[in-house]
Ligand binder design. Structure first.
Ligand SMILES: C[S@@+](CC[C@H](N)C(=O)[O-])C[C@H]1O[C@@H](n2cnc3c(N)ncnc32)[C@H](O)[C@@H]1O
Length: 506
């Protein structure tokens, strides 16, 4: 029986697979991908649509097709589509190895192709079928996203996987396999001889008990305990796609591409060691013990110059959730201002235009600002006269672009470039409306998808509250529906947090 029919996948949204991210990353290399608002997207291995449906909801003029061979998940997804009344997404139950010419003709071609959690989780013939399909259905300037587990990181995790697989080899059911797998991991963490591998086991058990992996067995069963889990090195993946007429474009996460997490000494040693861009990234993978990649791919026929183009940033929508923070006393220098994001990335700058821009972005959150608007506002703040013809103005602007780019390369939470802007509101009206998608998700779970396609975790009271925000209820109605268990001040705080979390619509 199909293991995904027995244990469906957890089925969440992945921000890095959204056409917004794919378009933005392609634009960083000077490409002109299809406009996000009116594109066609194919997702292979879409499960029950946890990723595709929120995209379809947020981009009503775009068209989405999902394919998965698990009948149970596809059926569940179809029911969700009907319940949500979405008319721009269809799910098809099919084995990707068996997609024939007539089905392919009916599918048409796509601007964006997404396969998250499929490539290294399937046997070689399925991987080949995946890449061959991608080559055939991807439009000439299309962008494909393919994620996979990688070496060297999975050598370490593979050690734990081997032990867990061994201990659970006779389990009678997936539940039992998960229990035995967890049991083995914690046995290793407690009883292994002291040394480097004990540290690895300990670290792994921490990860295993953290977040969703700690509570949901489907991750574990379809990853560490999956029958097929064949990580590859990045360079091997690049060779493999090359055999199918595809080539490496860029990663979905700029941090993987840029060496900004390394010291200046390591960065220059890397530059000396690296023969080309792919070799550089492979060597960074060795240094970082990379475990997972989210690689963007395009047709071999498309010329690719792998150099980040600042103009991409200047044509995009910019967003930042970083706040101004106090610097460590030892690092303090006059005039230098520091901004930090929740993921502990920091940006320190003494450039007044950049400082003003970061403050303006922080105020605008969760909205993004057009680069031109941001520049004009920041210039106003620091009193610099606009006009790109002026030398000073241009130099100032280039310094701003370079600071923002440095921030992007460190963390999307510091600065994120986008290729579209969702329809969200930042104020709480008398009868607030939450995203229909998020309200629907909140019926069954605490993790919902916001209008930027990001995951947001709700407190139990917020999960109940969100579901009542359909525009038909006043704040007094909502309080009554919650059994008057929250005070007016608490209600106000939750609603303002929903706005901040990009969950409210007009
Ligand atoms: C690890 S899950 C990932 C699901 C989803 N993309 C995600 O990341 O949340 C892999 C998915 O690929 C589907 N799949 C695996 N082999 C397939 C094949 N040969 N044809 C179609 N779907 C397949 C499974 O049913 C499953 O839903």
């Amino acid at each position: 029986m199909n293991p995904y029919d027995v244990t469906p996948y957890i089925d969440l949204s992945y921000v890095a697979t959204h056409p917004n991210r794919l378009a933005t990353m392609a634009r960083f290399l000077g490409k002109q991908p299809a406009p996000v608002e009116a594109c066609r997207v194919l997702e292979i291995g879409c499960a029950a649509g946890g990723n595709l449906l929120p995209m379809a909801y947020g981009l009503p003029r775009a068209e989405f097709v999902g394919i998965d061979y698990s009948a149970r998940q596809i059926e569940e997804g179809k029911q969700r589509i009907a319940a949500l009344g979405l008319n721009n997404v269809q799910l098809i139950c099919a084995d990707l190895v068996e997609i024939d010419a007539s089905m392919e003709a009916a599918l048409g071609t796509f601007d964006y192709f997404v396969a998250h959690g499929v490539y290294s989780w399937t046997p070689p013939q399925v991987r080949d079928a995946l890449l061959a399909l991608c080559k055939r259905v991807l439009r000439p300037h299309g962008v494909a996203y393919i994620s996979y587990n990688t070496y060297p990181g999975w050598h370490t995790l593979g050690l734990v996987r081997d032990a867990m697989m061994y201990h659970s080899r006779n389990a009678a059911s997936p539940e039992e396999q998960a229990v035995q797998g967890r049991e083995m991991a914690s046995f290793l963490a407690h009883h292994a001889n002291d040394g480097i591998h004990k540290e690895i086991f300990r670290h792994y058990v921490e990860l295993l008990n953290k977040d969703l992996k700690g509570t949901d067995n489907s991750f574990l069963l379809h990853d560490e305990l999956s029958e097929v889990n064949d990580p590859v090195y990045f360079y091997q993946f690049v060779d493999h796609i090359g055999q199918h007429g595809l080539q490496y474009l860029i990663e979905a996460d700029l941090r993987t591409v840029l060496p900004l997490s390394f010291t200046a000494g390591t960065q220059s040693a890397l530059q000396e060691m690296a023969k080309d861009a792919i070799d550089l990234e492979q060597k960074m993978d060795f240094l970082r013990n990379q475990m997972f990649r989210q690689t963007l791919v395009c047709h071999t026929e498309v010329p690719v110059a792998r150099r980040i183009q600042p103009h991409a940033l200047m044509g995009g929508w910019l967003r930042s959730q970083a706040k101004r923070t106090t610097m460590d006393a030892t690092a303090q220098r006059p005039g230098v201002v520091q901004f930090s994001s929740k993921d502990e990335a920091t940006l320190a700058t003494d450039h007044p235009l950049s400082v003003a821009a970061m403050e303006i972005l922080a105020k605008a959150w969760p909205r993004a600002l057009r680069y031109d608007d941001l520049l004009a506002e920041a210039r106003q703040v620091v009193g610099i006269r606009g006009g790109s013809g002026e030398l000073d103005g241009r130099q100032e602007e280039m310094a701003l672009v370079s600071t923002l780019l440095r921030a992007c390369g460190q963390s999307p939470q510091l600065v994120e470039v986008n290729s579209f802007h969702p329809q969200l509101v930042t104020t709480v009206s008398a009868q607030p409306v939450a995203s229909r998608m998020a309200r629907f998700e909140a019926q069954t779970r605490s993790i919902v998808t916001n209008l930027w396609h990001e995951r947001v975790t709700l407190l139990p009271v917020q999960q109940s509250l969100l579901r009542f925000l359909d525009g038909d209820h006043s704040l007094a109605d909502v309080a009554a529906l919650l059994g008057n268990s929250v005070t007016d001040a608490e209600l106000d705080e939750h609603l303002r947090w929903f706005a901040y979390a990009a969950l409210l619509v007009a």
